[in-house]
Design a protein around this ligand. Sequence first.
Ligand code: IVH
Length: 711
Amino acid sequence: MINSAKQLESLRNEIRKHDRLYYVEASPDISDFEYDKLMSRLKELERQYPEWITSDSPTRRIGDKLLGDFATVSHRVPMLSIENTYSIGELREFANRVQKNLPDSPIEWVAEPKVDGVAASLIFQNGAFVQALTRGNGRQGDDITNNARTIRDVPLRLTSAALTETLEVRGEIYMTNTDFAKLNERQAAKGAAVFANTRNLVAGSIKQLDPKICAERPLRFFAHSVGAVEGLHADNEMDFLLELQAAGISVVPHVRKFQSFDAAVNYCEEFVENLHCFDFEIDGLVFKVNRFVQREQLGSTAKSPRWAAAYKFEKYEAVTKLKEIRVQVGKTGTVTPVAELEPASIAGTTVSRASLHNAEEIERKDIRVGDFVVVEKAGKIIPHVVRVELHLRTEELPEFHFPTNCPECNEPLSKDEGGVYIRCTNIECPAQLKERIRFFAGRSAMNIDGLGDKIVEQLIHKKYVRSFGDLYRLTVEQLEKLERMGKRSADKLVAAINESKTRGLSRLLNALSIRHIGAETADILAKHFQNIDSLLQAEFAELEQIDMIGQIAAESIAEFFKSPHGLAVVEDLKSVGVTMTAAASSLPRNLIRKSQTSSASKSTLLFDVENDKKSDEQNQEQSLSQNAESDAFEPILADKTIVVTGKLERLKRDEIERLIKDFGGHASSSVSKSTDFVVAGADAGSKLTKAKELGVPIISEEEFLAMLPLE
Ligand code: IVH
């Protein structure tokens, strides 16, 4: 029995709470079925008592007013666009400009995902949602209020006290990849046309004249900016977004604040590697000055504000058939699924394998062998499967079941606590040992020339090698008996193994395959501690304090070096004479074998060392170099943005990128006017053409190597 408007309102509040839990906080506490029951009850009651219907009732989302056309409304504050950059070099130029315009004042930077949706402005009056506008031409937009009401995470009423009397929030209307795939499946089942991509679908949906159609499209909203407001509490982006969230508005996730631009740029790499974790399309990162006063000082051009820029990712995708799902064991025991694909051409390269990340992703995306999948390649990261084209699944396909035992050693697999990875925890698993030894000997680690995959396999199979230290105990007699090995190559390999003892702490730490510790972190640790003994003594708290070392990495380092296994690894390597102090350069001289044809003359040097431009880090590197006898090198590529394209002969892609970095430059993936030069190998395509068009200097791999003071 309903006896008051108050009771009806409390039912509405209950539904609003569940909307917020579901859409904003992503932690629903009732089932869809229970939610539907609450909603049906509300609809029924409102049907009985139409006099108590309010315009902000959750039932009003399903608009029934057919619109003749959209009204054009002027934006109170223009909706500007944003400057795009396509390389870290260009992005740095933007930051330098900002700093120049704000001399002597420290700038806090905020980095946010750039959501690939459709921009919209939502206006709340005294806490009630009153209007939604599209960006339109930036000055005037279309009134899409009735369609926006159908978007579940657009709150019709703010939960906490209204931030200000009038609050204009700007953000992105988008759709998740999962919802998109399901929608297309429904379309195909109806015999209707399938949609090409989420962005177009979103744009089409919010422009539907019948809000009922829009209501059928699972649209979502993320807030990312402030529009016209007066008397706002927050004086910076971060606080503003937190306030919006507290008021029940869903805000772009993974927003991070940095005290320096360099720290924000470092985040880029981490971010790009984790792009696959998002279930919505992201086409870049937006870098913004955090403090509003500084924004005002910077102002805007006619088109875009001077306090923000987007760093856009180059992304390409293709649809192809998934032939098989293989699982492989990594060096830290993670068992990861890999998609074997019917070869597809993506941005000029043939892709026949792609990452499937982990078991949960396969399940969440409902990926099955035989499906047609969308494969994406973004920048330098390996291709990955974005989603299944469910509508192209014409026959019943069996679900994929992740193996329960290690495909190599057959020990039962276990899932990381609180994590997503499935792991083989058998420390003696031959597959893991093989991966660890391969990595240890690899070019980014100890760089042992001649210790290739086939040899590693035999060494493990014959049980000559069960640990890193065993490598240094190998004898010529043992090695010469291996397949395709003679006395001479055995001699050479032993010499190369011996030579690798002096690579220094940074490479050694990377080589150990400690979870969450890659080349970057290893380098930071080596610079900080200088020798292994200081590192061994460091407690978690000290590690966590180090700039750029996060909690997870700190935990992992502490765990490894406090464990009997970790200590034994260190002791063993010490006993065979591996150097455990920081070397001046992380770059071994023999990384590059000089070719016979190269004259390597210094006259090909394009740039001089820029002493006055050196950062502190480079200065530190140089002062270290002066203490070392032979490995000193100068940051010849300081601040140069370099693009590598085409097939290289002597270096692998990651090796040349490492060289660029080691010599102070930035390796970028796209050519622009701020690219300093392009290193072009064979069959270089569009990047070479673009470099020619822009007049960017182009050099060969040989010329590039000759520029560097290598052996
Ligand atoms: S800030 C003055 N932050 O990208 C413009 N924009 O290509 C301030 N976008 O029109 C915008 N994610 O619609 C900002 N985290 C984010 C964004 C974002 C997506 C859109 C926005 C803008 C467009 C520019």
